[in-house]
Design a protein around this ligand. Structure first.
Ligand code: ADP
Length: 200
């Protein structure tokens, strides 16, 4: 089953995790690129070893796991390091996402794409979450321990709102309350169930 795949994207703090949790509550399989990206750099994985070789022992925490905050700081201030890391992790991430989708038992799957990726060939429909930048910044400062400057720098590396909206088949405007999101996701779920059934 689950041949039909809905891509879900949006900038940092737009609500990708929140919305994908709502789809999961409706029984839909979620393949989340950020979640997978974390698992492929666990100690023992080849990407973990390559990162340690490039950046040295100081990139690890005391328990041997990756200091992700430090790595993020490095790659968001250095383009060539960011490209290197993307090249290293892209293949294993895609492979694992494909495996999750292939083994899904729900009528369709939601593939949560990282904020930087565009329309993937793996998806049938693209759902974009759109929020004004000011809300993005205030929600991320509340969620993470990042400064406004850090968040603005991250947003700058991501595609613009306009560019993202250009990929969209469907749009969720996440500028209201969390309670408003649920009926929107239920409505989209209904639509995707019909599309998935037609898809065969
Ligand atoms: P992303 O996964 O796109 O980075 P999240 O789903 O983590 O974004 O959302 C960012 C933060 O904003 C989280 O703390 C989340 O709980 C909060 N949030 C998301 N949507 C809303 C909303 N409609 N109202 C209030 N807070 C929200």
């Amino acid at each position: 089953m689950a041949g039909f795949v809905v891509g879900l994207t949006g900038g940092i703090g737009s609500g990708k995790t929140t919305v994908s949790n709502l789809f999961a509550r409706l029984g839909i399989e979620i393949a989340d690129a950020d979640v997978v990206a974390r698992t492929i750099v666990e100690p023992g994985k080849s990407a973990h070893e390559a990162i340690r070789e490039r950046f040295g022992e100081s990139i690890l925490l005391h328990d041997g796991s990756l200091n992700r905050a430090k790595l993020r700081e490095i790659v968001f201030s250095n383009n060539s390091d960011r490209k290197w890391l993307e090249n290293l992790t892209h293949g294993p991430i895609v492979q694992q996402l494909r495996e999750i989708i292939a083994s899904a038992t729900s009528p369709y799957s939601v593939l949560v794409l990282s904020a930087g990726s565009g329309r993937s060939p793996m998806i049938n429909k693209m759902l974009v979450i759109d929020v004004p930048e000011a809300l993005q910044i205030s929600r991320v400062t509340e969620r993470d321990n990042n400064s406004i400057e850090q968040i603005k720098a991250i947003i700058k590396t991501q595609p613009s709102r306009q560019e993202r909206l250009g990929w969209a088949d469907d749009i969720i405007t996440n500028d209201g309350s969390l309670e408003n999101l649920r009926p929107e996701v239920e409505h989209l779920n209904h639509k995707y169930l019909i599309l998935a059934a037609d898809h065969g």
